[in-house]
Design a protein around this ligand. Structure first.
Ligand code: GLU
Length: 505
């Protein structure tokens, strides 16, 4: 019988969620759903110094926007709670006590200055120093000092940390990673990591391992930056007498250039978002816009993230969240870093904007252009969508095509110079006479009459269509002029033609 799949996304509320964090959450979610498992949100807030107000709410909201809300977690609840580490201190202390009792952890009274001095001394000799099996007995800790000395220090109220006692040199530690296979490390290179800080709070390593065990996590799916911690975690499970979960370390997300890890700075430089939602830094008051505010659809954002480190194994790129659950497998997650391509994110947005029933955009379009579209009927808005969706990458871009809302007051000068000939106004006047007769004033009819007019006058398409376009829109590109004329209606079309001819001569 295979145990049920329980995975957790375990962010630290030290700031907004980076898109890499959302990718980790997504892969956890997909894995859980693929295996009818449970997706858990655990907030790792033991680092008081780095705690940022509002970050936890931001994380919750981001997951909600993406559409994969946790089955268990800070908000969702569940029977493995509490899901905030700051509320689990007792458990960590209890488990740490067990570890010390078994001789796998010890108290260390060394001050940060004493440790720094050791480092400097070693460096002066061209050496590196770490607190480990080789050096621990020369330090002030409960392994080196007598029980009486330790009791004395404690009664004086001397602060201490608790450190993990790395097994003595030469032990081979094996991390089995679902993506990377077996990774072997010698314990002799590992240091005696701090498990409990002098403030009595657990470090990431202790809390993380204790929680993964108590929350019955079956698979730890996290970013590659945690791979170096995995051997310590394996040894901690062993020391506790627990069996470790399966591990899967996801590849780094790389800068668009492929050189190094993607950072917020790359987003600022390249003009693309890094965070899912807008984030206002509580200290500087500075706001960074997110994917949402930049007009990305959550489906597009997720699809883009899905392909950062995973591929379907064939050419297919478009996956809704449900389809991704179906297709996802850890086997197709890559080991090497995944290069982020901002253009691809835009491309996904276009795809999701254009697919499916476009009437779902009527309301959002009205909201985005509430002033310009005030009092517009749904039919008219739908007409705009039918004309424009193929031509924009974001819904908000439609509003920048001002000719949709009013007659142009300026005309593309370069275009006029090239395409507006002395005979053009005459053609447009004739065209106007032809179009006045078109009834009903619908795209197909307009097109037929337009073509017939060209045929009888033996004129080329280009001689009239582009001037017609310039007259109605002021520009050289845009929707089909026949659709657009129908959208404007006969009266408006005539008015715009008249005005352009009057203005441009
Ligand atoms: N709190 C860690 C982080 O912020 C969690 C790492 C893990 O998933 O083990 O990424």
């Amino acid at each position: 019988m295979s145990a049920s799949v329980r995975v957790r996304f375990a962010p630290s509320p030290t700031g907004p969620l980076h898109m890499g964090g959302v990718r980790t959450a997504l892969f956890n979610y997909l894995y859980a759903k693929k295996h009818n498992g449970t997706f858990i949100l655990r907030v790792e807030d033991t680092d008081q110094a780095r705690f940022v107000e509002g970050a936890e709410a931001y994380i919750e909201e981001s997951l909600k926007w993406c559409g994969f809300e946790p089955d268990e977690g800070t908000k969702a609840g569940g029977n493995h709670g509490p899901y905030r580490q700051s509320e689990r201190s007792e458990l960590y202390l209890k488990e740490l006590g067990q570890l010390m009792a078994k001789g796998h952890a010890y108290k260390a009274f060394d001050t940060p200055e004493e440790i720094a001095a050791k480092r400097t001394e070693a460096e002066a000799n061209g050496d590196v120093w770490q607190y480990d099996a080789r050096t621990r007995l020369s330090m002030r800790n409960s392994l080196a000092l007598s029980a009486a000395q330790v009791a004395q220090l404690e009664s004086e109220g001397q602060p201490f940390t608790v450190r993990f006692k790395m097994p003595e040199s030469g032990r081979e530690v094996t991390v089995s990673d679902e993506i990377r296979g077996e990774i072997r490390v010698s314990s002799s290179v590992l240091d005696d990591k701090v498990l409990m800080k002098a403030d009595g709070l657990p470090t990431y390593h202790l809390a993380n391992v204790v929680d993964d065990h108590h929350m019955e996590i079956s698979h730890v799916i996290r970013g590659e930056e945690w791979l170096p911690s995995a051997p310590l975690h394996v040894l901690l499970y062993e020391a506790f007498g627990w069996s470790p979960p399966a591990f899967a370390h996801l590849p780094l997300i790389l800068k668009p250039t492929g050189n190094g890890k993607l950072s917020k700075r790359d987003g600022d430089k390249g003009g693309f978002p890094i965070f899912p939602l807008a984030w206002t830094d509580p200290k500087s008051g500075q706001t960074s816009k997110g994917y949402q505010e930049n007009g990305y659809l959550p489906e597009a954002f997720l699809n883009m993230l899905l392909l950062l480190g995973w591929s379907s194994g064939d050419e297919r790129e478009l996956f809704t969240l449900t389809e991704a659950v179906e297709a996802f497998s850890m086997k197709n997650v890559t080991k090497s870093g995944a290069r982020f391509n901002p253009d691809k994110a835009v491309w996904f947005n276009e795809q999701y904007l254009r697919s499916g029933d476009s009437s779902r955009w009527v309301e959002p379009l009205k909201e985005l252009n509430s002033e310009a579209m005030q009092g517009w009927s749904d039919t008219k808005c739908q007409q705009v969508l039918d004309m424009m969706l193929e031509r924009v990458q974001f819904l908000h871009e439609i509003g920048t095509h001002l000719y949709l809302f009013a007659a142009p007051d300026r005309f593309d000068e370069k275009l006029i110079r090239k395409k507006w000939k002395p005979e053009t106004p005459g053609y447009l006047r004739e065209l106007k006479d032809v179009l006045t007769e078109v009834e009903p004033f619908e795209s197909d009819n307009i097109e037929t009459q337009f073509k017939q007019f060209l045929a009888t006058r033996e004129l080329g398409f280009g001689a009239v269509l582009l001037p017609f376009r310039i007259a109605l829109t002021g520009t050289g590109g845009g929707p089909s002029m026949f659709d657009f004329a129908e959208f404007l209606g006969k009266a408006q079309t005539m008015d715009r033609l008249e005005a352009a001819v009057a203005k441009l001569g």
